[in-house]
Ligand binder design. Structure first.
Ligand code: PHB
Length: 395
């Protein structure tokens, strides 16, 4: 009786003897592989974020290949369902057992924060591709962000509202860190421009029912309501906004663009027409690079890419380019150094990594929701160039 492993070895030896050509192809050596632990919410309320980022990374690797600076790239995808305890456990397993060279993804702020001490301890880059609270990059010198901050868009829409005849605003924000950033930065800029906040409500992050809050919004008779809900929740919000007749009562929706995520727009219906938001990305961004990106993404996944997809696409690009610069060296300090100050053209427009904060510097566009060729799009009409995160604490 020979056991299973011995039988497999004998089989391999027999096959190798019969096919000498096969032996010339040595199996990829483990030390040649660069491993990226990708932690995303693939299930639960934030699953659309996970899907967009995972799709975009697949698309990028399909376009550019899976070898950089002579090293093969391996993605190890883990689903944390946006629960920070899961994120921490998964990051630990990826670092200790799989010996990953990067951790990446992070669909929500609490997940990005939970992983930060582990990146510091392991001295490996943590590439934040979704979460948007300003403090995140301050939590580890190994964090580099390719997504956005809520402060970037909320300050700009605050100024715009005050300058464009909006006097009274009611706010509705998701009750966790990025919602608080959105609210505080909007309020600062809108009130400095002479605006008044007439009602402030915070809604739970998990499974929010907007209906009771929308009645309060309506009763406070604002000119507009400022809304931040994370990616994936905008469709449900706009449905309840229309059901409560807020679109008919002349209360405009303004905010950062998360509520108008591209992959949800076509299900929102005409109630969303005219919504003005400030954001980093629209699928209608008129560059050739974006047209090609949208076409390739749609062909591969039968859906429109949103801002999370672009943040993932740029995140994997950053990793590829950093590896090229280090010549394939995976030393974490060298990789982070290589990323600092990097500049490139993204489907969203020109972007760079601030060498001091390791945060993204990008254009913020003001957009209006319009119908173009029968489909709903955020049409950009004003650009603020190379916006740094206004939310960094001054040292
Ligand atoms: C976050 O948790 O930081 C976050 C998630 C989704 C968004 C924006 C911010 O759309």
């Amino acid at each position: 009786m020979i056991d299973f492993n011995r039988r497999r070895m004998l089989l391999w030896a027999a096959t190798a003897a019969a096919l000498p050509g096969l032996c010339a192809v040595s199996p990829a050596r483990a030390e040649d592989t660069v491993k990226i632990g990708l932690i995303l919410p693939m299930t639960g309320g934030q699953a659309s974020t996970g899907k967009q980022i995972d799709n975009a990374i697949k698309l990028y690797m399909q376009q550019k290949g899976d070898t950089v600076a002579g090293r093969k790239i391996e993605i190890i995808l883990k689903d944390d369902a946006a629960v920070p305890d899961n994120t921490k456990r998964l990051a630990q397993e990826l670092i200790v057992n799989d010996k990953v060279n990067f951790i990446a993804g992070f669909g929500v702020t609490p997940a990005a924060l939970a992983a930060a001490p582990l990146a510091t301890q392991a001295k490996i880059p943590e590439i934040v591709m979704a979460a948007g609270t300003s403090i995140i990059t301050e939590r580890s010198p190994y964090i580099v962000r390719t997504s956005f901050t809520l402060a970037q868009s909320s300050t700009i829409i605050g100024d715009w509202a005050a300058k464009n005849g909006i006097k009274k605003v009611a706010t509705l924000t998701s009750d966790y860190a990025p919602g608080n950033d959105a609210l505080n930065f909007f309020k600062q800029h809108f009130t400095a421009g002479g605006g008044e906040i007439v009602e402030e409500v915070k809604v739970p992050l998990a499974n929010p029912d907007f209906a009771p809050f929308l009645q309060r919004m309506k009763d406070s008779k604002p000119d507009a309501m400022f809304v931040f809900v994370p990616a994936g929740q905008g469709g449900n919000f706009m449905k309840q906004y229309a059901e409560r007749g807020l679109d008919k009562s002349g209360i405009k929706v303004i905010g950062p663009g998360d509520v108008m995520d591209d992959d949800l727009l076509n299900n929102m219906g005409d109630a969303a027409l005219g919504v003005v938001t400030a954001h980093l990305y629209s699928a209608a961004h008129p560059s050739q690079m974006n047209k090609d990106f949208v076409a390739a993404y749609k062909k591969a996944f039968s859906n429109r890419p949103g801002f999370m997809a672009v943040s993932g696409y740029d995140g994997i690009h950053l990793i590829y380019e950093a590896l090229k610069k280090t010549g394939g060296d995976t030393n974490g300090d060298k990789l982070v150094d290589a990323m600092k100050g990097m500049k490139w053209e993204s489907p969203r427009g020109p972007i760079s990594i601030d060498p001091e904060t390791r945060d993204i510097v990008q254009n913020i566009y003001i957009r209006k929701l319009e119908k173009v060729d029968g489909e709903l799009y955020n049409v950009e009409f004003e650009t603020f160039e190379a916006v740094k995160d206004p939310g960094k604490t001054k040292k």
